[in-house]
Design a protein around this ligand. Structure first.
Ligand SMILES: Nc1ncnc2c1ncn2[C@@H]1O[C@H](COP(=O)(O)OP(=O)(O)OP(=O)(O)O)[C@@H](O)[C@H]1O
Length: 251
């Protein structure tokens, strides 16, 4: 597959997505008829106040949780139509994940962590791709180290390399800079940006941070489980302004 093939089309989408947690008096409508597309070759930030449904949207779009109604797609695969086994395979083969807590395997080396999803899938790594990825993330001299011997920023760079190693259809990142200082956070965001620009990767990132959203091509704003706004070419300043306007409207 060439970069151009990856760049075309929709990497992931949800249509009329509803997610309800609990029943009766404790019912929470975490997603309320959300329709959104995550195009290939594009960096999308999902923003909104605490409890607005950001993580729920990401988890349902990535097949980590199921919708109450509506549909979620990765490429041409409708997640609700897959059994558990096929869903696990699809997640492994077509989705990369980056979490706030890095989630590296402590007993494996950096190199083993990066190739873990490929090893689990029984897929032979594309060595040239792997080497260029290792160069991009700047970990060439750390490959035999364990995660505990790395800084937080380095650990998150390993997690980004792991997410990209199998050239997934889409990378979902949940607060990827939440545990990092601003300088190392910027490095990690720069890496995700390069994955989009140079590798045609689709990246979807949940974040509270306007600076992080400024790395995206588009910011989506959720409130009370609904998609209430979207912004093309966001900057940290324009996102902050928009968030303040929402706060004023809500108070
Ligand atoms: N497993 C669950 N059971 C019950 N309610 C849940 C569950 N997960 C989330 N919720 C509720 O759904 C709503 C949306 O939660 P979600 O975690 O998606 O929001 P968020 O925007 O990601 O919040 P934050 O920014 O604080 O992480 C919230 O009201 C939350 O309390």
């Amino acid at each position: 597959m060439t970069t151009l093939d990856v760049v075309r089309g929709t990497a992931a989408r949800v249509a009329d997505a509803v997610k309800i947690y609990g029943v009766g008096g404790t019912e929470v409508r975490a997603l309320d008829h959300v329709t959104v597309e995550f195009p290939a070759g594009r960096f999308t930030a999902i923003m909104g106040p605490s409890g607005s449904g950001k993580s729920t949207l990401m988890h349902c779009a990535a097949g980590l949780d199921t919708l109450t109604a509506g549909s979620a797609w990765i490429g041409d695969a409708e997640l609700g139509s897959l059994n558990d086994r096929r869903l696990t395979l699809l997640r492994r083969e077509r989705i990369g994940f980056v979490f706030q807590a890095f989630n590296l395997v402590p007993t494996l080396t950096v190199r083993e962590n990066i190739t873990l999803p490929l090893d689990l899938a029984g897929a032979a790594p594309d060595q040239a791709w792997l080497e260029s990825l290792i160069e991009v993330v700047g970990l060439g001299d750390r490959l035999q180290h364990r995660p505990s011997e790395l800084s937080g920023g380095q650990q998150q760079r390993v997690a980004v390399a792991r997410a990209l190693a199998g050239r997934p259809q889409v990378v979902f990142a949940d607060e990827p800079t939440g545990n990092l200082d601003s300088r190392t956070g910027t490095e990690v965001l720069g890496l995700l940006r390069r994955a989009v620009d140079e590798m045609g990767q689709a990246v979807v990132m949940v974040t509270h941070d306007p600076t992080a959203a400024g790395f995206a091509d588009e910011a989506l704003f959720l409130a009370d489980g609904r998609l209430v706004d979207r912004m093309e070419r966001p900057t940290a300043a324009s996102v902050l302004d928009r968030m303040k306007a929402f706060e004023r409207r809500r108070s």
